[in-house]
Ligand binder design. Structure first.
Ligand SMILES: [Fe+2]
Length: 237
């Protein structure tokens, strides 16, 4: 599959612009500096002007860390997803939500996949972590229990990860970064942000809903690599 760029309508570009501008401004004091720096690094090919052209974005990503975008029609089986990560390919859909669904979509659209996931992949450490994540998934692709643990870890780090700094949390998870509502939700009183604990994360189901009720905070992006090592040894036992 490829991105058929000419098929995007003016309305698609207009919706992209609303989503990008609104969330770009919202994130300035709420997301980790690594995400903001990476977004900045890609600003020539990923900005509010128009829907990004995957070829240009992939080229720039490839130059930075060797990663590329792999177009998918929607959600794909988890073993295939991990295989692609291990090959430095991040899956993205090509459709954009409608103006009526700015704040809620049932399946990820390209604003989630691209704005949420791609920027941090130009960060060499994060890119390496993601590739290792995929490789661990490939190693355990015939073990459903291990895959479930990997999915749970993915959920509470890559999708809904938060970082704890003095005073307030900072966001790095793509599911939050790409959601205006969830970004603001994190900073409300009563939201449960626990210290990261691998046992809790891999042994409890996550809830797939519009807004999460519980988050796990790491101290720094570098922790992710150690967490993955810990999971690797846990899965070997
Ligand atoms: Fe995602």
């Amino acid at each position: 599959m490829i991105q058929e760029y000419d098929k995007y309508t003016d309305e698609d570009h207009a919706v992209w612009k609303i989503l990008f501008e609104r969330q770009f401004n919202n994130l300035q004091d709420k997301s980790c500096h690594e995400y903001l720096n990476s977004l900045n690094q890609l600003s020539a090919v990923l900005n509010f002007d128009s829907i990004p052209d995957f070829k240009l974005l992939s080229n720039q990503l490839n130059e930075a860390t060797g990663w590329g975008i792999h177009v998918v029609p929607g959600l794909i089986p988890v073993d295939e997803f991990f295989y692609l990560l291990s090959k430095q390919k991040f899956c993205s859909s090509t459709w954009v939500r409608s103006r009526e669904s700015l704040d809620y979509i049932e399946e990820p659209d390209m604003f989630h996949d691209i704005f949420g996931h791609i920027p941090l992949l130009v960060n060499p450490k994060y890119a390496e972590f993601m590739q290792s994540f995929g490789a661990l998934g490939v190693e355990h692709s015939s073990d459903p229990e291990a895959l479930l643990k990997l999915q749970r870890l993915y959920w509470f780090t890559v999708e809904f990860g938060v970082m704890k700094t003095t005073g307030k949390p900072l966001i790095y998870g793509s599911g939050i970064v790409s959601s205006y509502g969830e970004t603001n939700h994190i900073f409300r009183d009563g939201v449960e942000i626990l210290d990261f604990n691998l046992d809790n994360v891999i042994n409890n189901d996550f809830v797939i809903s519009e807004i999460q009720t519980r988050y796990y905070a790491i101290n720094a992006l570098d922790d992710l690599y150690e967490i993955l090592k810990e999971l690797r040894s846990h899965l070997m036992q």
